[in-house]
Design a protein around this ligand. Structure first.
Ligand code: PMP
Length: 383
């Protein structure tokens, strides 16, 4: 017996690989999950609802109406434009399986979240990596247009971005997507970090009148409400597309967990309060790490405007023949600090590491002390 060629073509994520080598004492700047608690209000509701039989029966395939309405209210759309998923990860699988055909090409960002290329391949389509502008990591139509062929059907965008923390400048993003739409390319927007935007308002192509009918938005509660393991997200788009995706979603998962959807409704009721508290914590950490990095010779980094990652160019500290993986492994071995090698996010990540500021400030300071020491030793080797 053997696994299918489709399953064998899926590459395991380097994000997990490095984390798995770490110990319980490691300072973990690796896995992208927040360390803040789920709101008390939501936990209290869950405890109250846990008594059977309230959740013994299957829920509606597209999600509880209360949850769909809560998402619709947030975005100023209608519930028939919302489908509740088991996290954005399942939303991505649903979008690629449900929107692209065999042999279609899908533009995906490089660097970008590793699930994109793998899930496009699993759907029988072809991922085509598009570069981002140097430094700001923004969309640049001059870099993307040459990659469009008559098979290109979608572009995946992710702003704020994992791994770079970059936020696409709104006007330019809408113009790029508009121009691509004229070439027959629709959009899929992964907005899982939409609430972690530090210096401006988040812009979604779904809020643009000219673009709303030619794409789907994915988001969820994993990051904004610290509910990573509860697996709750959504896909929004034209009602006709939600209807078309329903049978596939039904056969895949039946529905997202009804208990967790109830927690989702409660979370969205306290959304602004939770998000503003989290944002203040993460903004402070971002500033601490960025300022520390600016004092380290040999590293370069743009100040990220979103998510909770820093994308740090460390290639000047590589030994001969080294790459971002061996660099990250050496850092783990010598200083017990986990970072993710940039190559895990595509070939454009080769010179970089990703730092997640998802531990408290004092441990973050300790991690930066260790990283600074490590970089100084690398520099001294050169002298
Ligand atoms: N997209 C991006 C860019 C992510 O970073 C992640 C999680 N790290 C996901 C999607 C998956 O999110 P979820 O937990 O909602 O499945």
């Amino acid at each position: 017996m053997k696994a299918s060629q489709r399953a064998q073509a899926i590459e395991p994520s380097l994000i997990r690989a490095l984390r798995d080598k770490a110990s319980t004492t490691s300072l973990d700047l690796g896995l992208g999950q927040t360390d803040l608690p789920v709101s008390e209000h939501v936990l209290a509701l869950l405890q109250e609802r846990l008594s059977p039989p309230a959740y013994a029966s299957y829920g509606p395939n597209l999600g509880l109406m209360s949850m769909r309405e809560a998402v619709a209210k947030r975005y100023g759309i209608t519930a028939d434009e919302v489908l509740i998923t088991c996290g954005v990860q399942q939303g991505l699988a649903l979008a690629f399986l449900g929107l692209v055909d065999d042999g279609d090409e899908v533009l995906i960002p490089d660097p970008g979240f590793p699930a994109y290329a793998n899930l496009v391949r699993a759907a029988g389509a072809i991922p085509v990596s598009y570069p981002l502008s140097e430094g700001t990591q923004d969309l640049d139509i001059a870099l993307i247009r040459p990659l469009v062929s008559d098979k290109t059907c979608y572009i995946l965008i992710n702003s704020p971005s994992n791994p770079t923390g970059a936020v696409h400048e709104g006007k330019n993003m809408l113009a790029v997507l508009g121009e691509l739409h004229d070439l027959g390319v629709n959009w899929i927007s992964d907005e899982i970090y939409e609430d972690y935007v530090y210096d401006e308002e988040h812009v979604s192509p779904a809020s643009d009148a000219a673009l709303v009918s030619c794409g789907v938005r994915l988001s969820g509660l994993s990051k904004s409400h610290h509910m990573m393991g509860w697996r709750l997200g959504w896909l929004t788009g034209p009602a006709s597309i939600i209807d078309a995706l329903k049978p596939l979603h039904q056969h895949m998962v039946t529905s997202a967990s009804t208990l967790i959807q109830d927690a989702g409704v409660a979370s969205l009721a306290v959304h602004d309060e939770v998000v503003s508290q989290s944002l203040a914590v993460f903004r402070e950490r971002r500033d601490v790490v960025y300022e520390r990095l600016m004092k380290i010779e040999g590293v370069a980094c743009e100040k990220p405007r979103g998510a909770f990652y820093l994308w740090v160019d460390v290639h000047r500290l590589f030994r001969a023949g080294e790459d971002s993986l061996t660099f990250a492994l050496d850092l783990l071995e010598q200083e017990d600090v986990v970072v993710i090698p940039g190559q895990g996010f595509g070939s454009a990540g080769e010179s970089f590491i990703r730092i997640a500021y998802t531990i408290d400030k004092s441990r973050l300071e300790e991690a930066m002390d260790r990283f600074h020491r490590f970089c100084q030793r690398r520099l001294a080797e050169r002298a």
